[in-house]
Design a protein around this ligand. Structure first.
Ligand code: AMP
Length: 296
């Protein structure tokens, strides 16, 4: 595995790979790697000749009161994990490489528009502008054939997919299923912040999503507000340490709230445990009027 920190070395390596007809898969991450990340890398490994993973804690996607400075980091461990899963190039830029004039002096941004108006986009103003912009930079630096994103960050994956299309990047955005702990909690770098009590209560998040799935599939429920209220009640009952940021049901194409679940939708939530903000979602697709979940 080659480790590259600067943009020109990366561009040269990628140009070389493309010239020799090799396909390139990109996996952008913020590091502190876990099995969610390695699942993306394994998918990239299976589909491409060259796998590039990036590790960059992107300052422009954090709000002023968020956890940028205490975001967990362990490059040594990340190197070993990336090598083990078969990454060819680990791109580890510093902030100056990604923001030559500094993150506060970025003038030209990728605007995700109304796709960022709801769910996480509403809770975290400018978050998806920062995400879309840094992913566009990575797309330009690597010029991969495919790029891999996790369903866990469902709104992010939808926005990046739409960006690739609307801005003609010519890159296939592949969404990889959420990797979970045995009890259902989605793996996240931020899980490390949970106390033992918070960790055991955090299972209320996947349980709330499972409740929504059962209400829709088995109970025939279609009322988005009613389902969200039942999810809220479950979390309040089972996780007294939780503080719910939002529970929302949106159409997957527009990421706009729906009142009736009658077409392809995403049920998403964000929940704080102490300072850790955890997100998760389930998507439901309708085929011939019948709902189907990714997980069932
Ligand atoms: P992050 O390092 O948290 O920015 O995540 C980097 C990529 O890994 C994003 O595309 C995430 O959606 C994806 N990812 C994070 N956690 C998981 C998970 N539990 N399962 C699948 N993908 C994940």
């Amino acid at each position: 595995m080659e480790e590259i920190a600067d943009a020109s070395t990366l561009r040269a390596a990628m140009a070389g790979a493309r010239c020799s007809g090799k396909s390139i898969g990109l996996v952008p991450t913020m590091g502190y790697l876990h099995r969610g990340h390695t699942s993306l890398m394994a998918h990239a490994r299976a589909d491409n000749d060259v796998v590039v993973a990036s590790i960059f804690v992107n300052p422009t996607q954090f709000g002023p009161s968020e956890d940028l400075l205490r975001y967990p980091r362990d490059l040594e461990r990340d190197r070993a994990i990336a090598k083990e899963v078969g990454v060819d190039v680990l791109f580890v830029p510093d902030a100056e490489t990604m923001y030559p004039d500094g993150p506060d002096h970025q003038e030209i941004w990728v605007d995700p528009g109304s796709l960022a108006a709801h769910l996480d986009g509403a809770s975290r103003p400018f978050h998806y502008r920062g995400v879309a912009t840094v992913v566009a930079k990575l797309f330009n630096l690597v010029q991969p054939h495919r790029a891999y994103f996790g369903q866990k960050d469902g709104q992010q994956s939808l926005i990046v997919g739409r960006m690739a299309r609307d801005l003609a990047f010519g890159i296939a955005v592949v969404t990889v299923p959420t990797v979970r702990e045995a009890d259902g909690l989605a793996l996240s770098s931020r899980n490390v912040f949970l106390s033992p009590d918070e960790r055991s209560q955090a299972v209320a998040i996947p349980k709330a999503l499972a409740l929504a799935r059962n209400l829709i599939l088995d109970g025939g429920h279609r009322d988005a507000r009613g389902i969200a209220e039942r999810m809220r009640a479950l979390i309040e009952r089972e996780a007294p340490l939780a503080r719910i940021d939002f529970i929302g049901v949106v159409a997957t194409d527009t990421i706009a709230p729906v009142s009736t679940i009658a077409g392809d939708s995403m049920i998403a939530l964000a929940v704080y445990f102490g300072g850790a903000r955890l997100i998760d979602n389930e998507t439901v697709r309708f085929i011939d009027g019948t709902p189907h979940f990714g997980s069932r």
